[in-house]
Write a protein that binds this ligand. Structure first.
Ligand SMILES: CC(=O)SCCNC(=O)CCNC(=O)[C@H](O)C(C)(C)COP(=O)(O)OP(=O)(O)OC[C@H]1O[C@@H](n2cnc3c(N)ncnc32)[C@H](O)[C@@H]1OP(=O)(O)O
Ligand SMILES: O=C([O-])CC(=O)C(=O)O
Length: 382
């Protein structure tokens, strides 16, 4: 065995993929050859899902039945709703509630007896999961507020319908469009930790419910998707502190505290998704509250230029600006990471399907550093 240890699997190639590609020096991200800027500007989240799952952007004739199928599958079983209510009563975190909901969806899966190696069936199951996640998540939030869940809207797409189910009110055009863009930006990103987790699970030919549940679990951590929530919490901490926001960041960095939303394993420059979200945050700020936008841009400038993070290749990642966007859309802070999961489920499913299409069990090795030749001592003599 080669002794070339790559801690954290940095730079290790484990698969070929046609789904997305990141140029970490140029700050470029493409999904199947289309730039993230073009997709965010011109497509809907449903079109991006279709692109990831089917290999090409849909025509109008292809998109309509695809969107209808997603709409038809948005309802979740009453048992799932009852569980969301119980978890809300127990003050569970929304990310954990979502993990539980996805795991439960499989109990009500109509194609349960189908061959697990039939990738068409896996795709249909993936579509059901993606359609149902917003409904379960919004229901959890409604129960937390002491309200009844709102039924899915018959005419709204996935992004707008989620905001509708969350509040009971149809979102305005800016909110719906911004949220749809946020979902597009988060849909896929190479073999990030949660996608790789889903692929490891999928590589055992476990079912797609297991793979998505694993993806949610990996995404929840503060080094990965959990950082979007942490960014907003830091901004609020700054707002409530006696220090000016620059002074706060200076003190925090001197204490060795990492600023969430900065740094990335692949990007050495600003994440292109952060640039788009920064623009959206600015636009929303012009419609009202501008404090959060100002904090984030000042902190970015201070860390990047005065603290020299740019030179070290540490720059804002997607999580740095998504928090202030969601905050301005009125979304509760602990829903930010579940929203990331709502979008990324599309990417997890696409990668599992792509990998299973020419599957090989993923099974790396560790260099053993424990003792050798220990003499065994029976329990009663230890
Ligand atoms: C959707 C996403 O998952 S995007 C990432 C979301 N996560 C965050 O925003 C959390 C904050 N960021 C981090 O913790 C890291 O940048 C990670 C986990 C994202 C990437 O980590 P790695 O590639 O393993 O980099 P690593 O942790 O080795 O850091 C490399 C150097 O950058 C520094 N660094 C990394 N992130 C930061 C940060 N946010 N603030 C200050 N310094 C940082 C480290 O201190 C280290 O410096 P050193 O070489 O002088 O010791
Ligand atoms: O690629 C990564 O490691 C993390 C990330 O930005 C993502 O998953 O969107």
């Amino acid at each position: 065995m080669s002794d070339d240890l790559k801690k954290g699997l940095e730079g290790v190639l484990v698969a070929e993929s046609e789904l997305s590609s990141i140029d970490g020096d140029a700050g470029r991200l493409i999904y199947r050859g289309y730039t993230i800027e073009d997709l965010a500007r011109g497509a809907s989240y449903e079109e991006v899902l279709y692109l990831l799952w089917n290999g090409h952007l849909p025509t109008e004739d292809e998109l309509e039945p695809f969107t209808d199928a997603l709409m038809d599958e948005r309802e979740v079983d009453d048992d799932v709703l009852a569980t969301m209510e119980k978890l809300a009563d127990a003050d569970e975190q929304p990310m954990a509630a979502l993990r539980t909901a996805v795991s439960m969806f499989s109990a009500y899966e109509p194609e349960d007896d189908a061959d697990p190696e039939d990738l068409e069936v896996t795709l249909r199951k993936g579509r059901r999961i993606t359609a149902k996640i917003p409904t379960a998540l919004a229901a959890f939030e409604r129960y937390r507020l002491g309200e009844e869940p709102v039924d899915p809207h018959p005419n709204l797409g996935l992004a707008a319908n989620f905001l509708y189910m969350l509040t009971g009110e149809e979102p305005d055009e800016i909110a719906a469009e911004t949220f749809d863009q946020a979902l597009i930006l988060h849909a896929d990103h190479g073999l990030n930790a949660s996608t790789f987790t889903s692929m490891v699970i999928g590589s055992t030919m476990a079912d797609i419910y297991s793979a998505v549940t694993g993806g949610i679990s990996a995404l929840s951590g503060p080094l990965h998707g959990g950082a979007n929530q942490d960014v907003m919490e830091v901004l609020i901490e700054i707002d409530e502190s006696d220090l000016d926001h620059r002074a706060w960041v200076e003190q925090a960095t001197e204490e060795g505290r990492r600023i969430p939303g900065f740094g990335h394993r692949v990007y050495n420059v600003k994440d292109p998704r952060a640039k788009i979200l920064q623009e959206r945050s600015k636009e929303l700020a012009e419609n009202g509250e501008d404090k959060w936008y100002n904090y984030t841009t000042t902190i970015e400038q201070f860390l990047s230029e005065e603290k020299g993070l740019t030179e070290k290749g540490i720059a804002p990642n997607v999580d740095f600006y998504s928090g202030s966007v969601y905050y301005q859309l009125g979304i509760p802070i602990d829903m930010y990471t579940p929203i990331f999961a709502m979008s990324r489920a599309g990417g997890w499913i696409a990668h599992v399907l792509e990998y299973q299409n020419s599957n090989r069990l993923i099974r790396p090795r560790a260099r053993y550093t424990g003792p050798q030749d220990q003499a065994f001592v029976p329990l009663e003599e230890r």
